[in-house]
Design a protein around this ligand. Structure first.
Ligand code: GUN
Length: 299
């Protein structure tokens, strides 16, 4: 079998960010203000600091405003909830993102529940999870929505295809499965207790891997021609003489490329889609919040 096509998430994300930037310009012309995203970071987690910085830069590049709140590790629950209440009430803020994970003394579910669902551009609020599950308009979590964009770009109509989602988190696995069902795929959600995972994956036309286990899915697992979306971002231990280990996905990219029809690389696949979709969701929120029309499916 010929080598799989490489699904270039980085290029797709760049195109989406550019399109969002164009909508941002027309939004500002019509509404008289920029669309705004508030990002709240509690504590000093280095990976989170990197994410937050890149979100701020991406906003600026897309002609959107970003408001960054960096709070101390020992921030009180009451102070964080008061900040979110203030952002909920602020008309310049269209989207609110509280970077996860939060320090242990803060209850993530309580904090997410305090965000106005119509500013919850992460799509993590139970109201948005509920809207997704019953087919109402809301916000869909950025990573699965980004995966869906890559899949429909590659495959077009997904009707009748067998999809296996490996992982059942609220942030990726469950919404991913919902989106695939809504697109008329036949969906299996597999997880750490699934019996004979390998044979479950083998029947899939579409594999979405979100388990967090480096290169777990090998070429023997895949059906010929499958489309593979690798959500995993895992850092291997450093090789001798190197300071940092390589970043790899949940799929053995080299092996899988011999069997799959198409596959996302790590890095450069799903990762860049998350921020691009965050900007997209914020732009949609801005239009809704300001009462500016945005055609269905325009973004
Ligand atoms: N931490 C890692 N990824 C994400 C994300 O997409 N949203 C939030 N809020 N926190 C994260």
């Amino acid at each position: 079998m010929a080598a799989a096509d490489r699904i270039d998430g980085k290029a797709f994300a760049a195109g989406l960010r550019e399109k969002v930037g164009e909508f941002a310009v027309s939004f500002e012309a019509v509404s008289g203000r920029k669309a705004g995203l508030a990002v709240v970071l509690v504590g000093e987690d280095p990976a989170s600091q990197v994410y937050v910085r890149s979100k701020g830069k991406a906003c600026a590049a897309a002609n959107m405003e970003s408001f960054e709140y960096k709070l101390a590790d020992n921030t009180l629950r009451e102070d964080l909830l008061a900040l979110i209440a203030q952002l909920n009430a602020d008309d310049a803020v269209d989207g609110i993102l509280v970077q996860l994970p939060l320090p242990d003394h803060l209850d993530e579910q309580e904090v997410i529940a305090s965000i106005d669902p119509d500013k919850d551009v992460d799509g993590f609020h139970v109201i948005n999870a509920g809207r997704l599950s019953v087919g109402q308009t809301g916000f869909v979590p950025c990573t699965p929505l980004g995966c869906m964009m890559l899949l429909t770009d590659r495959l077009g109509d997904l009707s009748g295809l067998e999809a296996v989602v490996i992982g059942r988190s609220n942030i990726v696995g469950k919404p991913m499965a919902q989106l695939l069902v809504d697109a008329n795929a036949t969906v299996t959600i597999a997880h750490s207790r699934t019996a004979d995972l390998q044979s479950v994956v083998k029947r899939a036309d579409i594999v979405v891997a979100a388990v967090g286990r480096p290169e777990m899915i090998g070429k023997d697992w895949l059906k010929d021609g499958a489309t593979v979306i690798d959500v995993g971002i895992n850092r291997l231990p450093p090789e001798p003489g190197k300071e940092k280990g390589r970043l790899v996905g949940d799929v053995d990219f080299g092996g899988a490329s011999e069997v799959a029809g198409a596959i996302t690389p790590v890095p450069g696949g799903v990762g860049p889609m998350t921020i691009a979709v965050l900007l997209r969701n914020t732009m949609v929120a801005a239009h809704r919040n300001a009462g500016v029309a945005l055609a269905e499916g325009a973004l």
